[in-house]
Design a protein around this ligand. Structure first.
Ligand code: GLC
Length: 475
């Protein structure tokens, strides 16, 4: 089968979140299963491409009434072909998103993806779209491109990584940016809540809709999690699939990770994790002490990630015998109070308000526990990485957190982590206290570590689940 993915980010080239991890590992896994995969993404200024890419073609395309230059470069990585769409007006800027003309930038990208297929004869069986940035490809395909002979019979899937970002905008952009008739706003195909809504359009037009965990697939059908799209999702519920993301076990691997101090696997974790822990304590300026439980938090500092709970209980947590390492950047609303608390407790908290890939690996390797009390979490990859590094997650039972962390059962000695149900700071604190109690029982704690490291959260099964969906569309 030939599958083309369109995405706004993908490892190893550019990353702002988990989306990049998925697009850097799912195609690779499908290739290993004998399929042909290409990934198309914008050519951003921040990519370090140097001599790794090769020029393919350039031509003009239309974006609404605009005639735009479109250059194409390519690279091979892990058996996957990556295509980079070049237009300096749109993508020669720092960062990925957050510009006033983001809608126009990704309208350009959406056309560029569809045009590329015929320009270089890359017709896929399945065109797999991801999040709002590529959502309108589904509408453009069904309303326009599908009528050209070359484009006949391509199946379109749309994957929701985060329903909180939908590409909501002015109805006039439908014709101005996408050259589509306003009728598609008035008949509701591209409309939600009085806005032109790109994600709504993708849910409406795609042949199948997937999201990144089974629990999230259920949650987004409800008023609480649907962010206004629950009705259209209800309508498409027979074509909605929740497939848990995997992580790339080759690169996320404590026995080869070049970023960590002492490698380990299941056989050596109990000897070598303490070495990583001591080095992490040193690196973070915390007292080196093997016995004090060390809790890691690696996150974007946004409302999604449960920071309200963490900030609410941080003073309380400081009354316990613990150390905490925080790594992440984001909203000042969260950065400021975290900084303030850390200033009072600099022997117990290490606050690292930045992104630092190396340090994140050393946190996964060196911590005892990993705290992730998200308000909602479509899948979440950090808890999976923690498990892989024998670091016990403490999570809220939502989305992929619920599907990837099995709650500890002290009577049966099962489970890989600790979890709580309600978005409630006291429930979180009680769960942390429970974890701290179990931590003191070395035998039980080591059992948790062993089971965590046995959890199989790679792509093998999940890639098969995608193939099953693709095959069902191809008939
Ligand atoms: C988004 C979601 C996260 C998910 C990731 C990859 O970043 O917030 O939960 O793991 O996409 O699918």
């Amino acid at each position: 089968m030939k599958i083309v993915f369109a995405t706004s980010e993908a490892n190893p080239y550019i990353k702002s979140g988990g989306l990049a991890d998925v697009l850097g590992s799912l195609p690779k896994s499908l290739v290993q299963k004998g399929h042909e995969c290409a990934v198309i993404l914008p050519k951003y200024q921040d990519m370090k491409l140097a001599d790794t890419i090769e020029y393919v073609a350039s031509y003009d395309i239309w974006v609404g009434w605009r005639k735009c230059y479109c250059g194409v470069f390519k690279a091979e990585y892990d058996g996957v072909t990556y295509y980079f769409i070049d237009n300096e007006q749109y993508f020669r800027r720092p960062g990925l998103y957050g510009y006033d003309d983001d809608n126009e930038r990704f309208a350009f990208f959406d056309f560029a993806v569809l045009e590329l297929l015929s320009h270089i004869d890359l017709k896929p069986d399945v065109l797999s779209l991801h999040d709002w940035q590529t959502a309108m490809i589904a509408a453009l395909y069904k309303e326009r491109y599908a009528y050209y002979e070359y484009y006949n019979d391509i199946k379109i899937t749309f994957t929701i990584h985060n329903i909180a970002y939908q590409g909501k905008c002015d109805p006039n952009l439908l014709s101005d940016h996408f050259g589509l008739d306003n009728y598609l706003y008035y008949n509701g195909n591209c409309r939600n809540d009085g806005c032109f809504n790109m994600m709504k359009a993708a849910i409406f037009y795609s042949d199948a809709v997937t999201t990144v965990s089974p629990t999230y697939a259920q949650e987004i059908l409800t008023d609480e999690f649907g962010e206004g799209l629950q009705n259209i999702l209800q309508m498409r519920r027979h074509d909605l699939y929740g497939i848990l993301n995997g992580i790339d076990y080759d690169t996320i691997n404590p026995s080869t990770d070049p970023q960590i101090v002492k490698h380990f696997d299941k056989a050596t974790v109990h000897q070598n994790k303490p070495i990583n822990k001591a080095e992490l304590q040193k690196e973070c300026g915390l007292p080196v002490n093997p016995d004090v439980p060390l809790i890691g938090i690696v996150t974007r500092l946004t409302w999604q990630k449960g920071l309200d709970l963490i900030i609410n209980r941080m003073e309380e947590l400081m009354k316990r015998d613990v150390q905490v390492v925080v790594l992440g950047a984001g909203d000042l609303k969260y950065e400021e109070p975290l900084k303030a608390i850390a200033a009072y407790h600099n022997q117990k908290i290490s606050m690292n308000l930045k992104y630092d890939f190396g340090l994140s690996c050393r946190i996964y390797a060196g911590c005892d526990m990993f705290l992730m009390p998200s308000l909602f979490e479509p899948c979440g990859l950090s808890q999976m990485m923690s498990l892989r590094y024998g670091t016990i997650p403490i999570v809220r039972e939502t989305g992929g957190l619920k599907d990837s962390v099995e709650a500890y059962n002290e009577f049966e000695n099962t489970g890989t982590g600790f979890s709580f149900k309600n978005y409630n700071a006291h429930e979180m604190m009680d769960t942390i206290d429970y974890a701290l109690r179990v931590y003191n029982d070395k035998e039980k704690w080591n059992g948790l570590i062993d089971r965590a490291m046995d959890a199989k959260l790679d792509w093998d099964k999940s890639a098969d689940a995608y193939l099953k969906v693709f095959n069902s569309l191809l008939g």
